[in-house]
Design a protein around this ligand. Structure first.
Ligand SMILES: Nc1nc2c(c(=O)[nH]1)N[C@H]1C(S)=C(S)[C@@H](COP(=O)(O)O)O[C@H]1N2
Ligand SMILES: [Mo]
Length: 393
């Protein structure tokens, strides 16, 4: 597509915030310090994790940029940014989480393949854009369509970045047509993040945001949309981002036996403490984020200061002054909640947090039972160690 292109090298990367921890330089993969996640409900753009599979695309001429919509539709179309902006604008607060979040911790059980991430491959943003369901109406697909008359059942998003995994081809992914045409699923073609024009790292000029689903399906630098009969056959749908049982290894793996991962499971992480911290006698604050996929709100966050023997419930909030209630109209259903608890730490101990979502799904106690060779979806109880040091009194 004219206007937008994927460079073949890394000479045109944007500049980035100094405090990001770089997990891989090329392609650029970085996360903020965990403490940055709890300083605000909405994560600042420059501190938001960045997950890439190739060089960041370049917009040469925004006037010439078009996103094409074709495939199994009767009225294919090309839309400019102005056409997208003419549609009703929605601001959706949604948490984006990489399936590889907490991979480093999973690899401590047994080696996994993939970029190492601590606990901050996640962020919460206000995404501004058009609903995909409205865009698809422009090519003649009504709301709540499962199959088009031509047999289309999936919506494929194709970018322009050159990815090694695709042998230099672009990143792509798909979602089911009935999700794409459901306005309540809030799937966006976003041109804004936190009220500002989307920046290059996060998908300028246009990206998909699929709330409640692993980040891998929220395709950045959107070039084309294709209505297809079968789900996208790209690498990141078929040979990556699938959940395997702990018994599967690189010798016996059969990718076709598993579905591409979509919703993410219930997750929570303590961000006010590092893996190992020295604290003074007295009260400490235990705070972090909790989130679940599929729009399931957080019912409860439990915190333990004795390695999981006894628990206390933490306070949860999204917006100051409004108590968080899962499923309430005042709550952001696609967004994380921040939690906080205080505790007296009499001696060195293990502090644990676990969340429960609206469907009463809980996190697994240990990482071993969910270990998988690609190291995705580590949602095991989050554990940190505190050592009580001597105060300077
Ligand atoms: N075109 C394109 N889209 C992409 C990716 C990519 O490499 N290329 N990475 C995906 C993955 S795995 C994640 S987790 C999110 C990360 O989005 P962010 O960098 O805006 O945080 O983008 C997704 N969309
Ligand atoms: Mo990801």
């Amino acid at each position: 597509m004219p206007g937008l292109r994927g460079p073949s090298n890394y000479s045109q990367e944007p500049s980035r915030h100094q405090s990001l921890k770089i997990n891989a330089k090329v392609p650029f993969n970085a996360e903020p310090p965990r403490s940055a996640l709890i300083s605000s409900y909405v994560t600042p753009v420059d501190l938001f994790y960045k997950r890439n599979h190739g060089p960041i695309p370049v917009v040469d001429d925004i006037e010439r940029y078009r996103v094409s919509i074709s495939g199994l539709v009767e009225k294919p179309k090309e839309l400019s940014i102005a056409d997208i902006r003419k549609l009703p604008k929605y601001n959706v607060t949604a948490t984006l989480q990489c399936a590889g979040n907490r991979r480093t911790a999973m690899s401590k059980t047994k080696t996994v393949k993939g970029v190492g991430w601590d606990v901050a491959a996640i962020g919460n943003a206000v995404w501004g854009g058009a609903k995909l369901s409205d865009v698809l109406e422009l090519v003649g697909i009504p709301k709540l369509t499962t199959t088009t008359p031509l047999g289309g059942k999936h919506v494929e998003f194709v970018s322009v970045d050159m990815c090694k995994e695709e042998n230099g081809g672009p990143y792509k992914a798909s979602i089911p047509l009935n999700q794409a045409t459901n306005s309540e699923a809030d799937v966006l073609l976003a041109y804004e993040m936190n009220g500002e024009t989307l920046n290059r790292d996060h998908g300028y000029p246009l990206r998909v945001v699929v709330p409640g689903v692993i980040g891998a399906r929220s395709v950045k630098w959107l070039d084309s949309i294709s209505i297809i009969a079968e789900e996208c056959q790209g690498f990141f749908m078929q040979r990556d981002y699938k959940m395997f049982p702990p018994t599967v290894n690189w010798e016996n793996i059969n990718w076709s036996t598993r579905r591409p991962q979509m919703d993410f499971p219930v997750q929570c992480v303590i961000c006010s403490l590092e893996d190992v911290d020295v604290v003074k006698h007295g009260k400490i604050t235990i705070s972090g984020y909790a989130v679940s996929g599929g729009g399931r709100g957080i019912e409860r966050v439990d915190v333990s200061i004795d390695g999981g023997k006894t628990w206390e419930e933490a306070d949860k909030y999204q917006k100051t002054g409004i108590p968080y209630i899962a499923d309430d109209t005042s709550s952001d259903k696609w967004a994380w909640v921040l939690f906080t608890a205080t505790a007296d730490i009499p001696k060195s101990t293990e502090i644990v947090a676990k969340a429960v979502d609206m469907a009463a799904n809980v996190q697994p106690e240990n990482v071993e039972v969910i270990w998988n060779l690609r190291g995705i979806l580590n949602t095991s109880w989050h554990r940190v160690h505190v050592q009580v040091g001597h105060s300077n009194l």
